[in-house]
Write a protein that binds this ligand. Sequence first.
Ligand SMILES: [Zn+2]
Length: 85
Amino acid sequence: MIAVTLDTGVGGGVITNGTILNGVNGIAGEIGHITIDPEGAPCNCGCNGCLETIASAKGIVRQAKEFVKEKPTSHLANTYINKKS
Ligand SMILES: [Zn+2]
């Protein structure tokens, strides 16, 4: 079984044959730091483009803000501006 948690980060855990899989240094479930885009946004772990920088709440907000900045006349930008005021 693999459990995935999504919040401000992306976490996970792996259970196999009834035992938590720890892996080297206990990081077997650290799926949030799997590199998705090596040229992507910097991550708190020091790497770039980890899953967490894309799929976490913080990552989604960052991408939405970048989109709004790039496309200020988009529906998302208009919604964002209206919510702020
Ligand atoms: Zn990372």
